[in-house]
Write a protein that binds this ligand. Structure first.
Ligand SMILES: [Zn+2]
Ligand SMILES: [Zn+2]
Length: 290
């Protein structure tokens, strides 16, 4: 399984030289089985624009899976050029929450906020609500579980193929369930089930432990929680993701260094860096620094 890291930032894009090493685009991962083109895209932040270059001129034919509907996970959708063409075939899934999927997306994607509605995208698009549980999507086995965040139903996903596994929890507020062992939030059943023994956990690391008390109300986790969950679940590696838009490359380097120093076992701690391509299953991601 190949994972292309296309957008790593939380909340809003972060342009500028101080952010260019890690990258400034919002949440998006593109997954491919073997060396084929991506067939499963996780979230549609501004990073989804670069999935087009991964398609090598081909139309996108696969699944877009949204964790939730906040702007930083949806605003790239109408700018995904490989999916907005007559020969594209796209199934988009979002967490079921009592309103029809197309109608939910149209609240963001319709005049006067945007020139077109979801049905204005070219190609054959289908929009559907996903329930918790297991599904076969885009050539992968996907397990969806609801996790606490803020404002709208949010899913975390476990994605498996060819003996490789990845857990994706980009927006997660474990303090909503209580402080847990050290005030960072509860290591709860859904998060553990999604992350159990995965090759890679991609997790919300928006804040530092020091920032958390003041900012937990925005619905995110601190980097040390991502490491705590990864260790508790027996993950091989953790990718610190959904970086705060104010966090510079240097500051992210410091967060990662502090995280690595806290690891007791063999957990591999890496920052999510835009443009990186990771291989799962055959071997763990190679070490890198921002
Ligand atoms: Zn987000
Ligand atoms: Zn969010």
């Amino acid at each position: 399984v190949r994972v292309d890291v296309c957008g790593v930032r939380g909340s809003i894009e972060a342009p500028g030289a101080a952010f260019a090493g890690v990258g400034g685009n919002t949440s998006c991962l593109a997954l491919a089985v073997d060396d084929g083109p991506p067939t499963l895209v996780l979230d549609a932040g501004s990073g989804i624009r670069s999935v087009t270059s991964l398609m090598g001129g081909r139309p996108f034919r696969g699944v877009i899976l949204l964790t939730h509907l906040h702007w930083d996970h949806t605003h790239g959708l109408p700018f995904f050029a490989a999916a907005d063409r007559v020969d594209a075939v796209v199934d988009l899934f979002l967490p079921a929450q009592g309103v029809e999927a197309t109608e939910l997306l149209a609240r963001m994607l319709s005049p006067p906020q945007f020139p077109i509605r979801p049905d204005g995208l070219r190609g054959r698009w289908r929009f559907a609500a996903l329930e918790e549980g297991r599904s076969e999507l885009g050539g992968f086995t996907v397990t969806a579980r609801e996790i606490p965040h803020k404002g709208g139903r949010t899913f975390g996903y476990r994605v498996e193929a060819d003996g490789a596994s990845l857990a994706y929890l980009p927006d997660h507020c474990p303090t909503a369930l209580g402080g847990g062992r050290d005030g960072l939030g509860v290591v709860h059943d859904a998060a553990l089930a999604l992350s159990r023994d995965v090759d890679l956990l991609v997790h919300d690391a928006q804040y530092t432990a020091a920032e958390l008390p003041e900012r937990a109300r925005y619905g995110h986790a601190a980097a040390p929680y991502a490491i705590e969950l990864a260790e508790a679940a027996g993950a091989k590696g953790v990718l610190l993701f959904h970086h705060d838009p104010c966090r510079t490359d240097d500051a992210i380097g410091a967060v990662v260094a502090e995280g690595r120093a806290s690891v007791r076992g063999a957990l591999d701690v890496q920052p999510a860096i835009e443009g990186r391509s990771l291989r799962l299953g055959a071997r763990v991601p190679s070490p890198a620094t921002p």
